[in-house]
Design a protein. Sequence first.
Length: 121
Amino acid sequence: MRAGGLIVAVAAAVALPAAAQDRTGAFLTGADLASRCAAASVSGECIMYVAGALDAAMAMEAALRGMGQNVRTFCLPASATSRAVAQSVAAYLAQHPDARNASAASAVHAAAVAAYPCGPR
């Protein structure tokens, strides 16, 4: 199966039932995630959601790079811990109330792009 077909097949396989989604088309909104990610003490649920969302984003970017597209929207440092990254997402959600209206995965991605830009630091 070609890479493009594989991505379409994976996307179709993980499509969410409409009854389980809210108006953003996601299981969780940024507001839902913000309630689980208090900046002072992020919960295990928050940490795991953020790690999963970023793993998915990195996998999608790697697949696109494999098809010749130069895509890298954020660059986590080797020293980043899942707790520290979740704390940066919590801080982003606190500072950007508009991100609470998006899907939680979109909010996590926006936070990572803001906190972990690629290139010289």
